[in-house]
Design a binder for this molecule. Structure first.
Ligand SMILES: [Zn+2]
Length: 361
């Protein structure tokens, strides 16, 4: 599903890759600018100048796609979601985020950050397009490209950014992640079908290149939307489900004095997405996750102890095995947390994670 590519560097700790298909497009862009656009703006300039500026603006074009993806990356990281890599390819780019957001609001902001950042670039290049000559023409072209990038990505079909925005809204309204995913991917399939009709119309009008291009995009969209739909098929967990049915049992209890290095070696490195209850003489005193340990550089993990970084009890939600998942979700929202120790008759009997609930409802 995710196209591969060559690593061109790292940004914000994330590997940036470029797919061969985008290099072909970049060459095509340079060609069109050098042969189609620039000679019309300033005729009789040296051919080498057309090509140099064509290459320059083509690089800025790739930079624009990267800028868009980085907006997704930075927002995802703000919400504590690790980003695996960014791949720039034919249809733009993919910021591959390790897991889906656990809250509709997070998904909304991560998704909309990309198109918003493209609008910012479109406005900036639009302002620069008043410059004279070829540079102004290049900026005008980039303004148009970035605006197209924003508008295209805002189409409401999942998995486009607009589809994610739609899913986050449906998810927020219904409370059901699976249902929202199914509805948003259905809309994605419809958007793909409209693309095909549009493509046929263009082909009939003789714009065969644009038509074929749209069919390619439609095929890409349709298969991605269908894959998302299939993943969300299956019954949703009813909101009356009790915590005991989905909680994790057999959770290791952590001593407050344990150095982070030992915690990582024994537990966290094997389960980066898990939270562990911190217990002192049988009493729950806090919770520790990788988000807390990551606040310290790894080199210092030998001398920093769990109780120096843990989420203290006062900021935690605890749930009972007999609570419903609706109650548990409200507790998560109230305390703004994603993990809750399950307490039964004063004893910690397990852990409940927000993501154990949301992706199944
Ligand atoms: Zn995007």
């Amino acid at each position: 599903m995710i196209p591969q590519g060559w690593t061109i560097g790292r940004l914000a700790g994330v590997e940036i890759k470029i797919n061969t298909s985008l290099l072909l497009i970049a060459f095509f862009v340079a060609y069109v600018l050098a042969n189609g656009i620039f000679p019309l703006v300033v005729p009789n300039a040296p051919v080498l100048l057309y090509w140099l500026l064509g290459g320059f603006f083509s690089t800025l074009f790739i930079g624009s796609v990267l800028w868009h993806e980085m907006a997704h990356v930075v927002t995802a990281q703000r919400y504590g979601l690790p980003v695996v890599q960014v791949v720039l390819h034919l249809f733009g780019g993919v910021a591959q985020i390790a897991r889906d957001p656990e809250r509709p609001a997070h998904e909304f902001w991560i998704a909309i950050a990309g198109p918003l950042s493209s609008v910012v670039l479109a406005v900036t290049f639009g302002a620069l397009s008043t410059l004279d000559g070829l540079v102004g023409a290049g900026c005008a072209w980039l303004a148009q490209v970035n605006l197209t990038l924003a508008v295209f990505n805002l189409l409401p079909g999942f998995p486009l950014d607009g589809g994610r925005v739609l899913r986050s809204i449906l998810w927020r309204l219904s409370g059901s992640y699976r249902m929202a995913t199914r509805q948003a991917s259905r809309v994605g399939q419809v958007v793909a079908a409209i693309f095909v009709l549009f493509a046929l119309w263009m082909i009939f009008r003789g714009l065969w290149f644009n038509g074929l291009w749209f069919i390619l995009i439609a095929a890409f969209l349709y298969s991605a939307a269908s894959a998302s739909y299939r993943m969300a098929v299956g019954a949703s967990l009813p909101m009356q489900t009790t915590v005991r049915q989905i909680m994790r049992y057999n959770v290791p209890l952590i001593e407050p004095t344990m150095p982070l290095a030992l915690l990582a070696w024994r537990y966290l490195d094997h389960a980066r997405d898990q939270a562990f209850p911190v217990v002192q003489q049988g009493q729950l005193v806090g919770l520790i996750t990788s988000a807390e340990t990551d606040k310290y550089p790894r080199l210092e993990w030998g001398r920093v102890h769990v109780d120096q970084v843990m989420i203290p009890l006062a900021r935690l939600a605890t749930v009972s095995p007999d609570d419903t998942i609706a109650t548990a979700l409200r507790a998560f929202d109230r305390t703004d947390t994603n993990h809750a120790p399950v307490v039964y008759q004063g004893q910690i009997v397990g852990m409940l994670n927000r993501r154990d609930i949301v992706y199944r409802t």
